[in-house]
Design a protein around this ligand. Structure first.
Ligand SMILES: [Ca+2]
Ligand SMILES: [Ca+2]
Length: 342
């Protein structure tokens, strides 16, 4: 557990009771743990409770695929850039079997097909609010139901959900090929169940993000060249964004250049849910073959950082960087990509 990850994406509980709005309720967490690990994804998402369960209907998932060969790689932070408490060390050798992963994160267009096909209601819709970055807010002030004191740049916004990612006055106009956001881990599981897919394990995610470059800090290598390779924050967080990379919040999923395996924007843009339970100390106990995370926990892992990352504040736009959140939390900077079932 690491509460510092609230800077990356707040827990939905951070807003509960903040305003007495009456719309926010502490829903069933809907996560019985049965779906942890690498082999899940087809079983209905492991106890989705409050949101509408999605039937498994085969695949309308049409995200381009990237093939990652089976291999052994050095997992973790080998250059000391990691944050204490994030558990990026020890670096350890890991084997992962070959897999096929989405070249981009799941888009709004793809998620819309899922919702149209199933009628699925996301957890943000059930709770009645979700987390929006303050500079992106598209809502009346009356709809701001909370603001965590430790991370005041996050606003709990009534009516914010995947189709209204910045609040009820926003829409998906122009965002069809942007990553879907405001989706919880449970929502991502429901999508996977519909698509006949699963979330990547952290090991698979990191292997894919590395793109075949052993030990590199970024998907393109070790060198940083002023934000032209990915979508993060430039300027003074959280108030001044120079937009040097062109984007305040999400960028289209094919912005910038893909890595050696053809993955786009594994670092930056949006955090990506992984299948694993989160544990800071997991690397010291990780099995060497196809590690799938701890057998239980109270948060899920996220990887890759987002448009809110900044070198001075949250340098988690790196291959080895790790974060976490509870299964029912969602925010405007968290999405996911999926992996084919074996
Ligand atoms: Ca940016
Ligand atoms: Ca990403």
């Amino acid at each position: 557990m690491n509460d510092d990850h609230g800077c990356c994406a707040p827990r939905h509980e951070a807003f509960v009771g903040a305003s007495g709005s009456g719309t926010a309720r502490d829903g069933d967490h809907g996560d019985d743990g049965s779906s942890s690990g690498s082999g899940s994804g087809g079983g209905g998402g492991g106890g989705i409770s409050s949101a509408t369960a999605a039937p498994s209907t085969g695949s309308r998932h049409d995200i381009e695929q990237a093939a990652v060969p089976g291999q052994s790689f050095r997992m973790g932070d080998g250059d000391g850039a990691g944050n204490p408490g994030d558990g990026e060390t020890p670096v350890h050798e890991v084997w992962v079997d070959a897999f096929s992963i989405d070249a981009t994160t799941v888009t709004n267009a793809a998620f819309a097909r899922f919702v149209a096909d199933t009628g699925y209601g996301t957890e943000s819709e059930v709770f009645g609010y979700s987390a929006v970055f303050h500079l992106a807010l598209a809502a009346e002030l009356d709809d701001v139901v909370g603001q965590p004191p430790q991370t005041p740049w996050w606003l709990g916004v009534r009516g914010a959900d995947w189709a209204h990612p910045a609040g009820p006055l926003s829409s998906l106009a122009g965002l069809a090929e942007h990553p879907v956001v405001q989706v919880s881990w449970n929502d991502a599981q429901a999508y996977c169940a519909w698509a006949g897919r699963r979330l990547p394990t952290e090991a698979e995610w990191e292997c894919a993000a590395r793109g075949g470059l052993a030990g590199a800090r970024y998907p393109w290598g070790d060198e940083w060249d002023e934000g032209q390779r990915c979508n993060i924050w430039q300027g003074r967080f959280p108030a001044v964004n120079t937009l040097a990379d062109g984007w305040l919040t999400t960028a289209p999923v094919r912005e910038f250049e893909p890595n050696g395996y053809g993955l786009w924007q594994s670092v930056g843009n949006v955090w990506e849910w992984c299948a694993d339970w989160w544990a800071e100390g997991y690397y010291a106990a990780s099995p060497a073959h196809n590690p799938a995370g701890p057998t239980s926990g109270d948060q899920r892992s996220m990887r890759g950082g987002s448009y809110l990352c900044h070198d001075s504040y949250c340098n988690r736009y790196r291959n080895s960087a790790r974060a976490s959140n509870t299964s029912d939390s969602a925010a405007g900077n968290v999405g996911f990509r999926t992996v084919a079932l074996a």
